[in-house]
Design a protein around this ligand. Structure first.
Ligand code: HEC
Ligand code: HEC
Length: 257
Protein backbone atom coordinates (compact mmCIF):
# COMPACT_ATOMS: atom_id res chain seq x y z
CA UNK A 1 0.00 0.00 0.00
CA UNK A 2 1.17 3.52 -0.78
CA UNK A 3 1.43 5.87 2.11
CA UNK A 4 -0.62 9.02 1.86
CA UNK A 5 1.29 12.07 2.94
CA UNK A 6 -0.55 14.45 5.22
CA UNK A 7 -0.37 17.31 2.77
CA UNK A 8 -2.14 15.32 0.05
CA UNK A 9 -4.67 13.80 2.32
CA UNK A 10 -7.73 15.87 1.33
CA UNK A 11 -7.16 15.12 -2.35
CA UNK A 12 -6.68 11.40 -1.69
CA UNK A 13 -9.77 11.42 0.46
CA UNK A 14 -11.83 13.15 -2.20
CA UNK A 15 -10.62 10.61 -4.77
CA UNK A 16 -11.50 7.76 -2.45
CA UNK A 17 -14.96 9.13 -1.80
CA UNK A 18 -15.52 9.59 -5.51
CA UNK A 19 -14.36 6.03 -6.23
CA UNK A 20 -16.64 4.66 -3.53
CA UNK A 21 -19.61 6.74 -4.62
CA UNK A 22 -19.36 5.87 -8.30
CA UNK A 23 -20.64 2.29 -8.10
CA UNK A 24 -23.38 3.39 -5.69
CA UNK A 25 -24.50 6.05 -8.14
CA UNK A 26 -24.51 3.56 -11.00
CA UNK A 27 -26.33 1.04 -8.85
CA UNK A 28 -28.93 3.56 -7.75
CA UNK A 29 -29.37 4.76 -11.32
CA UNK A 30 -29.98 1.20 -12.42
CA UNK A 31 -32.38 0.39 -9.64
CA UNK A 32 -34.38 3.56 -9.55
CA UNK A 33 -34.63 4.01 -13.25
CA UNK A 34 -32.57 7.23 -13.38
CA UNK A 35 -30.84 6.00 -16.50
CA UNK A 36 -32.46 6.23 -19.93
CA UNK A 37 -31.63 2.67 -20.87
CA UNK A 38 -34.20 -0.02 -20.18
CA UNK A 39 -33.28 -1.82 -16.97
CA UNK A 40 -34.24 -5.29 -15.87
CA UNK A 41 -37.08 -5.25 -13.33
CA UNK A 42 -36.15 -5.10 -9.67
CA UNK A 43 -35.89 -8.59 -8.30
CA UNK A 44 -37.20 -8.71 -4.77
CA UNK A 45 -37.69 -12.10 -3.14
CA UNK A 46 -41.13 -11.40 -1.74
CA UNK A 47 -43.70 -8.65 -1.64
CA UNK A 48 -44.18 -9.39 2.04
CA UNK A 49 -42.17 -7.34 4.52
CA UNK A 50 -42.71 -7.83 8.23
CA UNK A 51 -44.23 -4.63 9.57
CA UNK A 52 -46.79 -4.06 12.32
CA UNK A 53 -49.57 -3.99 9.76
CA UNK A 54 -48.60 -7.16 7.85
CA UNK A 55 -48.13 -8.99 11.14
CA UNK A 56 -51.56 -7.84 12.28
CA UNK A 57 -53.14 -8.83 8.95
CA UNK A 58 -51.52 -12.28 9.06
CA UNK A 59 -52.50 -13.07 12.63
CA UNK A 60 -56.04 -11.82 13.11
CA UNK A 61 -57.78 -14.51 11.06
CA UNK A 62 -61.06 -16.25 11.88
CA UNK A 63 -60.32 -19.94 12.34
CA UNK A 64 -63.96 -21.01 11.90
CA UNK A 65 -64.19 -19.38 8.50
CA UNK A 66 -60.78 -20.87 7.78
CA UNK A 67 -62.12 -24.34 8.53
CA UNK A 68 -64.81 -23.91 5.88
CA UNK A 69 -62.37 -22.60 3.29
CA UNK A 70 -60.00 -25.46 4.10
CA UNK A 71 -62.48 -28.05 2.78
CA UNK A 72 -60.84 -27.35 -0.59
CA UNK A 73 -57.41 -28.22 0.74
CA UNK A 74 -58.19 -31.55 2.36
CA UNK A 75 -57.63 -33.80 -0.63
CA UNK A 76 -53.98 -32.81 -0.79
CA UNK A 77 -53.06 -31.53 2.66
CA UNK A 78 -55.11 -34.12 4.58
CA UNK A 79 -58.13 -34.06 6.87
CA UNK A 80 -56.10 -32.97 9.91
CA UNK A 81 -53.37 -31.13 8.04
CA UNK A 82 -51.18 -34.23 7.56
CA UNK A 83 -50.78 -35.20 3.94
CA UNK A 84 -50.88 -38.74 2.53
CA UNK A 85 -48.22 -37.82 0.04
CA UNK A 86 -44.77 -36.94 1.38
CA UNK A 87 -44.12 -34.55 -1.50
CA UNK A 88 -46.99 -32.38 -0.23
CA UNK A 89 -46.35 -30.34 2.94
CA UNK A 90 -48.07 -31.01 6.26
CA UNK A 91 -49.80 -27.83 7.36
CA UNK A 92 -50.99 -28.87 10.84
CA UNK A 93 -49.86 -26.39 13.47
CA UNK A 94 -48.00 -24.28 10.91
CA UNK A 95 -47.02 -20.84 12.18
CA UNK A 96 -49.55 -18.25 10.93
CA UNK A 97 -46.97 -15.73 9.68
CA UNK A 98 -45.17 -18.31 7.64
CA UNK A 99 -48.41 -19.74 6.26
CA UNK A 100 -49.72 -16.29 5.29
CA UNK A 101 -46.45 -15.31 3.63
CA UNK A 102 -46.38 -18.45 1.51
CA UNK A 103 -49.95 -17.82 0.33
CA UNK A 104 -49.05 -14.22 -0.58
CA UNK A 105 -45.93 -15.37 -2.41
CA UNK A 106 -47.86 -17.98 -4.42
CA UNK A 107 -50.37 -15.30 -5.38
CA UNK A 108 -47.76 -12.71 -6.40
CA UNK A 109 -45.77 -15.37 -8.24
CA UNK A 110 -42.73 -14.87 -5.99
CA UNK A 111 -42.98 -18.56 -5.15
CA UNK A 112 -43.89 -20.68 -8.13
CA UNK A 113 -46.00 -23.83 -7.98
CA UNK A 114 -48.24 -24.92 -10.81
CA UNK A 115 -50.64 -26.41 -8.25
CA UNK A 116 -50.77 -23.76 -5.54
CA UNK A 117 -50.74 -20.68 -7.77
CA UNK A 118 -54.05 -21.72 -9.34
CA UNK A 119 -55.55 -22.46 -5.94
CA UNK A 120 -54.75 -19.06 -4.42
CA UNK A 121 -55.46 -16.98 -7.54
CA UNK A 122 -58.94 -15.82 -6.49
CA UNK A 123 -58.44 -15.81 -2.73
CA UNK A 124 -58.23 -12.61 -0.67
CA UNK A 125 -55.80 -11.59 2.07
CA UNK A 126 -58.66 -12.15 4.49
CA UNK A 127 -58.97 -15.77 3.26
CA UNK A 128 -55.23 -16.26 3.78
CA UNK A 129 -55.47 -15.00 7.37
CA UNK A 130 -58.51 -17.20 8.10
CA UNK A 131 -56.83 -20.28 6.64
CA UNK A 132 -53.64 -19.46 8.56
CA UNK A 133 -55.61 -19.18 11.83
CA UNK A 134 -57.31 -22.51 11.20
CA UNK A 135 -54.16 -24.45 10.33
CA UNK A 136 -52.21 -22.89 13.20
CA UNK A 137 -54.80 -24.31 15.60
CA UNK A 138 -54.64 -27.90 14.37
CA UNK A 139 -52.75 -30.37 16.53
CA UNK A 140 -49.18 -30.51 15.35
CA UNK A 141 -48.78 -34.19 16.13
CA UNK A 142 -50.33 -36.77 13.80
CA UNK A 143 -53.18 -38.94 15.03
CA UNK A 144 -51.54 -42.13 16.34
CA UNK A 145 -54.50 -44.09 14.89
CA UNK A 146 -53.85 -42.82 11.40
CA UNK A 147 -51.73 -44.79 8.99
CA UNK A 148 -50.27 -41.72 7.29
CA UNK A 149 -46.67 -41.59 6.06
CA UNK A 150 -45.50 -39.14 8.77
CA UNK A 151 -43.22 -39.81 10.63
CA UNK A 152 -41.17 -41.54 7.97
CA UNK A 153 -38.32 -44.04 8.29
CA UNK A 154 -35.32 -43.09 10.42
CA UNK A 155 -32.05 -42.06 8.85
CA UNK A 156 -28.99 -44.29 9.16
CA UNK A 157 -26.63 -43.59 12.08
CA UNK A 158 -24.19 -41.86 9.75
CA UNK A 159 -26.97 -39.64 8.38
CA UNK A 160 -28.22 -38.85 11.90
CA UNK A 161 -24.77 -37.67 12.88
CA UNK A 162 -24.47 -35.40 9.86
CA UNK A 163 -27.98 -34.02 10.33
CA UNK A 164 -27.91 -33.46 14.08
CA UNK A 165 -24.60 -31.64 13.75
CA UNK A 166 -26.01 -29.20 11.21
CA UNK A 167 -29.36 -28.82 12.94
CA UNK A 168 -27.96 -28.12 16.38
CA UNK A 169 -24.54 -26.56 15.74
CA UNK A 170 -24.34 -25.71 12.07
CA UNK A 171 -20.88 -25.38 10.60
CA UNK A 172 -18.97 -22.16 11.18
CA UNK A 173 -16.33 -22.88 8.54
CA UNK A 174 -18.88 -22.82 5.74
CA UNK A 175 -21.02 -20.16 7.42
CA UNK A 176 -23.95 -22.51 8.00
CA UNK A 177 -25.88 -21.47 11.12
CA UNK A 178 -27.73 -24.16 13.10
CA UNK A 179 -31.14 -24.85 11.55
CA UNK A 180 -32.74 -24.91 14.99
CA UNK A 181 -31.75 -21.28 15.62
CA UNK A 182 -34.48 -20.28 13.15
CA UNK A 183 -36.75 -23.31 12.70
CA UNK A 184 -37.14 -24.26 16.34
CA UNK A 185 -37.40 -25.68 18.82
CA UNK A 186 -34.41 -23.73 20.20
CA UNK A 187 -35.58 -20.46 18.57
CA UNK A 188 -37.69 -19.11 15.71
CA UNK A 189 -37.33 -16.19 13.35
CA UNK A 190 -40.32 -14.48 11.76
CA UNK A 191 -41.66 -16.41 8.83
CA UNK A 192 -39.57 -19.55 9.41
CA UNK A 193 -41.84 -22.55 9.83
CA UNK A 194 -41.18 -25.32 12.28
CA UNK A 195 -39.78 -28.31 10.42
CA UNK A 196 -40.43 -30.72 13.29
CA UNK A 197 -43.44 -32.37 11.65
CA UNK A 198 -42.63 -31.81 8.00
CA UNK A 199 -42.39 -34.55 5.38
CA UNK A 200 -39.03 -35.81 4.19
CA UNK A 201 -39.62 -35.54 0.45
CA UNK A 202 -41.15 -32.09 0.72
CA UNK A 203 -38.16 -30.81 2.75
CA UNK A 204 -35.69 -32.34 0.33
CA UNK A 205 -37.45 -30.80 -2.67
CA UNK A 206 -37.46 -27.37 -1.02
CA UNK A 207 -33.78 -27.57 -0.04
CA UNK A 208 -32.85 -28.47 -3.61
CA UNK A 209 -35.08 -25.72 -4.99
CA UNK A 210 -33.39 -23.11 -2.78
CA UNK A 211 -29.96 -24.47 -3.71
CA UNK A 212 -30.78 -24.19 -7.42
CA UNK A 213 -32.57 -20.87 -7.01
CA UNK A 214 -35.86 -22.21 -8.41
CA UNK A 215 -37.36 -21.22 -5.05
CA UNK A 216 -36.25 -17.68 -4.35
CA UNK A 217 -38.89 -16.13 -2.08
CA UNK A 218 -36.66 -16.17 1.03
CA UNK A 219 -36.06 -12.64 2.33
CA UNK A 220 -32.31 -11.74 2.51
CA UNK A 221 -31.42 -14.95 0.59
CA UNK A 222 -31.21 -16.80 3.88
CA UNK A 223 -32.09 -20.23 2.61
CA UNK A 224 -30.46 -19.84 -0.79
CA UNK A 225 -27.18 -18.96 0.89
CA UNK A 226 -27.34 -21.78 3.41
CA UNK A 227 -28.35 -24.50 0.94
CA UNK A 228 -25.70 -23.43 -1.56
CA UNK A 229 -23.12 -24.45 1.06
CA UNK A 230 -24.61 -27.90 1.65
CA UNK A 231 -23.83 -31.09 -0.25
CA UNK A 232 -26.70 -33.15 -1.73
CA UNK A 233 -26.06 -35.91 0.81
CA UNK A 234 -26.29 -33.43 3.69
CA UNK A 235 -29.60 -32.16 2.35
CA UNK A 236 -30.83 -35.74 2.15
CA UNK A 237 -29.69 -36.54 5.69
CA UNK A 238 -31.43 -33.46 7.11
CA UNK A 239 -34.66 -34.15 5.21
CA UNK A 240 -34.71 -37.69 6.60
CA UNK A 241 -33.94 -36.45 10.10
CA UNK A 242 -36.84 -34.01 10.19
CA UNK A 243 -39.12 -36.38 8.27
CA UNK A 244 -38.60 -39.00 10.99
CA UNK A 245 -39.76 -36.46 13.61
CA UNK A 246 -36.28 -36.17 15.11
CA UNK A 247 -36.38 -32.36 15.08
CA UNK A 248 -38.89 -32.13 17.92
CA UNK A 249 -36.34 -31.80 20.70
CA UNK A 250 -33.60 -29.20 20.89
CA UNK A 251 -30.14 -30.67 20.47
CA UNK A 252 -31.75 -34.00 19.63
CA UNK A 253 -28.99 -36.44 19.10
CA UNK A 254 -30.48 -39.38 17.90
CA UNK A 255 -28.85 -42.74 17.66
CA UNK A 256 -30.89 -45.82 18.15
CA UNK A 257 -33.37 -44.26 20.57
C1 HEC B 1 -53.93 -30.54 -5.68
C2 HEC B 1 -53.22 -30.58 -4.41
C3 HEC B 1 -53.27 -29.36 -3.50
C4 HEC B 1 -54.39 -28.68 -3.05
C5 HEC B 1 -55.86 -28.93 -3.38
C6 HEC B 1 -53.89 -27.65 -2.14
N1 HEC B 1 -52.53 -27.71 -2.07
FE1 HEC B 1 -51.32 -26.49 -0.94
N2 HEC B 1 -49.65 -27.40 -1.70
C7 HEC B 1 -49.66 -28.44 -2.61
C8 HEC B 1 -48.31 -28.73 -3.03
C9 HEC B 1 -47.87 -29.79 -4.01
C10 HEC B 1 -47.48 -27.79 -2.33
C11 HEC B 1 -45.96 -27.64 -2.46
C12 HEC B 1 -45.71 -26.61 -3.53
C13 HEC B 1 -44.26 -26.53 -3.96
O1 HEC B 1 -43.90 -27.29 -4.84
O2 HEC B 1 -43.50 -25.75 -3.44
C14 HEC B 1 -48.36 -27.01 -1.50
C15 HEC B 1 -47.93 -26.00 -0.65
C16 HEC B 1 -48.75 -25.28 0.19
C17 HEC B 1 -48.30 -24.33 1.19
C18 HEC B 1 -46.86 -23.99 1.52
C19 HEC B 1 -46.46 -24.76 2.76
C20 HEC B 1 -45.07 -24.51 3.24
O3 HEC B 1 -44.64 -25.23 4.15
O4 HEC B 1 -44.40 -23.62 2.73
C21 HEC B 1 -49.41 -23.83 1.80
C22 HEC B 1 -49.45 -22.82 2.93
C23 HEC B 1 -50.55 -24.45 1.18
N3 HEC B 1 -50.13 -25.34 0.21
C24 HEC B 1 -51.87 -24.18 1.52
C25 HEC B 1 -52.97 -24.72 0.86
C26 HEC B 1 -54.33 -24.31 1.13
C27 HEC B 1 -54.75 -23.32 2.20
C28 HEC B 1 -55.13 -25.01 0.27
C29 HEC B 1 -56.66 -24.94 0.12
C30 HEC B 1 -57.19 -23.60 -0.11
C31 HEC B 1 -54.26 -25.86 -0.52
N4 HEC B 1 -52.95 -25.64 -0.15
C32 HEC B 1 -54.70 -26.75 -1.48
C33 HEC B 1 -50.78 -29.12 -3.06
C34 HEC B 1 -52.10 -28.74 -2.88
C1 HEC C 1 -31.24 -17.46 9.75
C2 HEC C 1 -32.45 -18.22 9.88
C3 HEC C 1 -32.51 -19.58 9.21
C4 HEC C 1 -31.62 -20.63 9.34
C5 HEC C 1 -30.35 -20.68 10.15
C6 HEC C 1 -32.18 -21.71 8.56
N1 HEC C 1 -33.36 -21.33 7.98
FE1 HEC C 1 -34.53 -22.46 6.79
N2 HEC C 1 -35.81 -20.90 6.51
C7 HEC C 1 -35.69 -19.67 7.12
C8 HEC C 1 -36.79 -18.81 6.73
C9 HEC C 1 -37.04 -17.37 7.18
C10 HEC C 1 -37.58 -19.60 5.85
C11 HEC C 1 -38.85 -19.15 5.12
C12 HEC C 1 -38.46 -18.63 3.76
C13 HEC C 1 -39.65 -18.03 3.04
O1 HEC C 1 -40.02 -16.92 3.39
O2 HEC C 1 -40.21 -18.67 2.17
C14 HEC C 1 -36.94 -20.90 5.73
C15 HEC C 1 -37.44 -21.95 4.98
C16 HEC C 1 -36.93 -23.24 5.01
C17 HEC C 1 -37.53 -24.39 4.39
C18 HEC C 1 -38.84 -24.41 3.61
C19 HEC C 1 -39.94 -24.77 4.60
C20 HEC C 1 -41.31 -24.86 4.02
O3 HEC C 1 -42.24 -25.19 4.78
O4 HEC C 1 -41.49 -24.59 2.83
C21 HEC C 1 -36.75 -25.47 4.68
C22 HEC C 1 -36.99 -26.91 4.26
C23 HEC C 1 -35.63 -24.99 5.48
N3 HEC C 1 -35.76 -23.62 5.66
C24 HEC C 1 -34.63 -25.79 5.97
C25 HEC C 1 -33.54 -25.35 6.71
C26 HEC C 1 -32.43 -26.17 7.12
C27 HEC C 1 -32.31 -27.66 6.84
C28 HEC C 1 -31.56 -25.37 7.80
C29 HEC C 1 -30.21 -25.73 8.41
C30 HEC C 1 -29.22 -26.30 7.50
C31 HEC C 1 -32.14 -24.04 7.81
N4 HEC C 1 -33.32 -24.06 7.14
C32 HEC C 1 -31.57 -22.94 8.43
C33 HEC C 1 -34.70 -19.27 8.00
C34 HEC C 1 -33.60 -20.03 8.35
Amino acid sequence: MRRVRTGRFPLALAAAIFAAALPVTLWAGGYFGASDKAQPPIRIPSEVAWTDSTIAAATDGDAVRGLILARRCVRCHGEEGFSDNTYIPNLAGMDALSFWKQMQDFQSGKRTSSVMQGIVADRTQRDFADLAAYYAMLLSTPDPQSKGPFPGPRPSDAQSDVASQLVTLGEGKRGIPPCQACHGPAAYVKGAPSLATQNENYILTQLSAFAQGTRSNDINLRMRTITSQMTPSEREAIAKYYGAEMGVLPAATSRGK
